[in-house]
Design a protein around this ligand. Structure first.
Ligand code: ZN
Ligand code: ZN
Length: 385
């Protein structure tokens, strides 16, 4: 008989719990240096990030040695499944959520409490003040959002999965695309493909824009048909089962015949691609957001289209589709390993159309990794046989 070797059985749930505990630990130094006794977390995505709990109407109270999740009886089973290690305070149906906050804070005997001041409405702030009259409330905005900008391994794996789902959905989308399809039909179809490919849903309502409608960076889909123009812009993403998001944009050529439009599409597309490649090369630890933005913006300006790129270069992506860090002209954010950002330069010409190319990029210790793999060149994206 062989000797028994003690091995720790790999339990993905336990591992997830460790990650949530580590994230909470990262908040503690801020809490102590700011001289506050507790932090009240009210943002739903922040509650999920810190505990794994995905229900709504629930808050977290964090002190140096306790974590309490305030929820209600609807979630008793879900709390046990998603965050069994977290102490919970399930309020009676007769107590409102802010009253439960008052009960918990009074019970803990804390005085100075930081709150997520950028996410609270004035009405919520007043209700909290009323429910906890002895508490000295301190604004503590964006503490969790700033932590969320740097992803851990589990988050990066979940973003990779969200990208893989979005890319499978795009392959189906491109394979089934017909000249008679409308923007609206295609946006609805993409939502379906994303779900069929394993996504919880789309990470935002897909943008499907034919021709000059692509000149509007966020245009809602209409009855316009693919065949009415030479280009189709698609901006889409998926939510993975782990609730992380992806965000991609591609422009498909939809007319083969040589035309001035085709030539223009080719030259504008080549310029946007050069700008995107320059920005991606600039992504590394220590790079400043505004400099990465400038790397793309200067290429577009040199190409004569400086006035036609009217939005920031990119944004963080994670539990939300737009989160820290921002990558735009005034961004002083210094990139760190673990950040996942979009790089999405565009050129928009009213009356003609627009070209945007968007990929998701991970900042690595020695540079970057482009996580999205869908081809970008117009030939590879030709949809019709
Ligand atoms: Zn996008
Ligand atoms: Zn985006």
């Amino acid at each position: 008989m062989f000797g028994l070797i003690a091995t720790r059985h790999f339990d993905p749930h336990n591992t997830r719990m460790d990650y949530h505990a580590k994230r909470r630990d990262r908040l503690l130094p801020a809490l102590l240096t700011e001289g506050i006794d507790a932090l009240l977390i009210t943002g739903g995505h922040n509650v999920t990030y810190l505990t794994g709990f995905t229900g709504d109407s629930s808050f977290v109270v964090l002190t140096a040695d306790r974590v309490l999740l305030l929820s209600d009886p609807r979630y008793v089973g879900q709390l046990g499944d998603e965050c069994p290690e977290v102490e919970t305070h399930v309020r009676a149906m007769t107590r409102k959520l802010h009253e439960a906050v008052g009960d918990v804070l009074t019970g803990l005997g804390v005085r100075r409490v930081g709150c997520e001041s950028s996410a609270l409405t004035l009405a919520e702030a007043e209700a909290l003040r009323e429910a906890a009259p002895t508490v000295d409330w301190r604004p503590a905005a964006d503490r969790v959002e700033n932590l969320r900008a740097v992803k851990d391994d589990i988050e990066i794996a979940s973003i990779r999965e969200a990208i893989a789902i979005a890319e499978r959905a795009f392959a189906v989308f491109r394979g089934l695309l017909m000249p008679d399809d409308t923007e609206k039909e295609l946006a609805d179809a993409m939502d379906h493909y994303v779900r069929r490919c394993g996504g919880v849903g789309c990470s935002f309502p897909p943008i499907v824009a034919v021709g000059e409608r692509a000149a509007l960076p966020h245009c809602p889909p209409t009855g316009r048909r693919v065949s009415e123009s030479d280009l189709l812009l698609v901006d889409w993403g998926a939510v993975s089962p782990g609730l992380y998001r992806s965000d991609l944009t591609r422009v498909l050529p939809t007319h083969r015949k040589a035309s001035s439009m085709n030539d223009r599409l080719r030259s504008i597309h080549a310029l946007v691609l050069r700008a995107q490649e320059a920005a991606i090369r600039a992504v590394r630890p220590g790079a400043v957001g505004k400099d990465v933005d400038a790397a793309a913006r200067s290429v577009i300006a040199d190409g004569g289209h400086g006035d036609h790129f009217g939005h920031g270069l990119g944004h963080g992506v994670g539990l939300q589709i737009h989160e820290a860090p921002a990558v735009r002209p005034l961004s002083e954010t210094v990139l760190e390993p673990g950040m996942v950002i979009t790089i999405e330069p565009g050129i928009y010409l009213p009356g003609w159309g627009g070209v945007r190319i968007e990929d998701d990029v991970l900042v690595t210790p020695d540079g970057h990794e482009v996580l999205t793999r869908v081809p970008k060149d117009l030939e590879s994206l030709w949809p019709f046989g």
